[in-house]
Design a protein around this ligand. Structure first.
Ligand code: NDP
Ligand code: 2IT
Length: 446
């Protein structure tokens, strides 16, 4: 990074947020891409856009007390970070995972600003969650937690103000309990959350959207480079919402998905993953991916997460969590002939891993573009709620597909315009930033 103003703002971010390495990592990556933009746009520096965009508009941290099945009081910490509302109401998921702290929510909220901008829909950036661990909890414990969480969150959100959704650990069950609690507290039936059940305002295709969208984006990137999913071997990490529907769409597009994982280990099935079984294990029974080998004697199970990247493949789709591909994993992928990494998870590649992709001329689909299909379809759910209408699966899927094509085109053309053709990471950061920056400048110093 050479632009003096960006260097100074980044130094300030590091000083102000010393204990939040993930947030600093996300800002550094975006600012490195914006070097050339800052040089060309002194008006944005003048308007204080760079200083303002790295500081959340509002951060809410709150106590979430709930009573477990043994009658014991438990206390978790809740977060909602309303990062930027320049182009629309705050929008972004809620993560329920023991690793959650302000640095995780802040990096996710920061990424969300640019991702939501790329969707072409009017949504600002936000994120929230809690260090609550849903694993091993009963339905009633989940319900009591969600109700307590919403008792505080309800004061801060609304259909035209801030619209949360799912993320790790937050699926249809949790959104349902939170929606019920919000409706009761506010006496208001509105589209205040997305990812709702289909019977109360949810959108068809939202469940599939992030995984499908990832494959639509990746397909565009492959085609632009003379390739396609057809007959390719694909490795996908995770076995949650994003991984499952990425597996489904990649398979539909002609690929063979040979591996999936969870936080304890990974399965390798050279015959191609049996997705019906994975859906049964993960979506219905909430079991570990390890159980897969009980009915598939040919498949292998290995403990630990990182070994999955040593499986030879053409295309890798990380769909679990942040920093899951480090330098060594990226080198292993490249050495085995993998030529494309496209990100379903948020920030799954470390900066060193990203350098390996570029050094090896791999195609790299960055998270904020490649996984934007989930939030884009949340935006479509908001539109349907406002209209009091419900569109067909095909109509939503087609709009999602169009949006992902458009996102790829934005990344491609911004990368070219700013002298970095083929660098879709720079393209995503620049295109996502410029729309928000123009709005921030036009709205004055707020
Ligand atoms: P789920 O909770 O449905 O699944 C998460 C999967 O990732 C599980 O297999 C989980 O394993 C694994 N995982 C989670 N944390 C870790 C960890 N620390 N180490 C190893 N594996 C881990 O979440 P989603 O599928 O919704 O989310 C996956 C990723 O996609 C996240 O990065 C999320 O931010 C991103 N994303 C999600 C969107 C959505 O619409 N849901 C939209 C855009 C991005 P285990 O069960 O063992 O915990
Ligand atoms: O990271 C993400 O984009 C999400 N978890 C989805 C957010 C949303 O509002 O649908």
């Amino acid at each position: 990074m050479k632009n003096q103003h960006l260097i100074e703002v980044l130094e300030h971010v590091k000083k102000r947020n010393p204990n939040e390495p993930e947030f600093i990592q996300a800002v550094t990556e975006v600012f490195e891409s914006l070097d050339v933009v800052a040089d060309r746009r002194p008006d944005l520096i003048e308007a204080g856009v760079f200083e303002r965009i790295v500081e959340p508009e509002r951060q809410i941290i709150f106590r979430v007390p709930w009573v477990d099945d043994n009658g014991k009081v438990q206390v978790n910490r809740g977060f909602r970070i309303q990062f930027n509302s320049a182009i629309g109401p705050y929008k972004g998921g809620l993560r329920l995972h023991p690793s959650v702290y302000s640095g995780i929510i802040k990096f996710l909220g920061f990424e969300q600003i640019f991702k939501n901008s790329l969707t072409t829909l009017p949504m600002g950036g936000g994120k929230g969650g809690s260090d609550f661990d849903p694993k091993g909890k009963s339905d009633l414990e989940i319900m009591r937690f969600c109700q307590s969480f919403m008792t505080e969150l309800a004061r801060h959100i609304g259909p035209d103000c801030d619209v949360p959704a799912g993320d790790i650990g937050t699926g249809a069950r949790e959104i349902g309990y939170m929606f019920g609690a919000y409706k009761r507290i506010k006496n208001d039936f509105s589209g205040v959350l997305t990812g709702k059940g289909l019977g109360f305002g949810g959108s068809l295709a939202r469940t599939e959207a992030t995984g499908f969208g990832l494959c639509y984006f990746t397909d565009e990137m492959l085609k632009a480079n003379g390739k396609s999913f057809k007959d390719q071997t694909v490795v996908i990490s995770g076995s949650g919402n994003v991984a499952i529907y990425a597996t489904q769409k990649a398979t539909q597009l002609g690929a063979k998905v040979v591996a999936l994982s969870d936080s304890q280990g990974y399965i390798y099935d050279k015959n191609g993953i049996d997705l019906d079984l994975v859906k049964q294990l993960k979506e219905v029974e909430r079991k570990r991916i390890k159980e897969y080998i009980n009915t598939h004697a040919d498949a292998e199970y290995h403990e630990g997460c990182s070994g999955i990247w040593t499986i030879p493949c053409d295309i890798a789709l990380p769909c679990a969590t942040q920093n899951e591909i480090d330098e060594a994993a990226a080198k292993a992928l490249a050495a085995n002939g993998c030529y494309c990494v496209s990100e379903g998870a948020n920030m799954p590649s470390t900066p060193e891993a990203i350098n390996v992709y570029f050094e090896n001329n791999m195609l790299y689909g960055p998270a904020k573009a490649a996984n934007a299909g989930g939030v884009a379809t949340s935006g479509l759910e908001m539109s349907q709620n406002s209209q009091r209408m419900a569109w067909t699966f095909e109509a939503v899927d087609e709009k999602l597909h169009d949006i992902m094509r458009d996102i790829f085109a934005q990344c491609d053309s911004a990368a070219k315009e700013y002298g970095m053709p083929g660098n879709y990471m720079a393209g995503a950061n620049i295109a996502g930033f410029l729309k928000v920056a123009e709005a921030m400048k036009a709205q004055g110093c707020v």
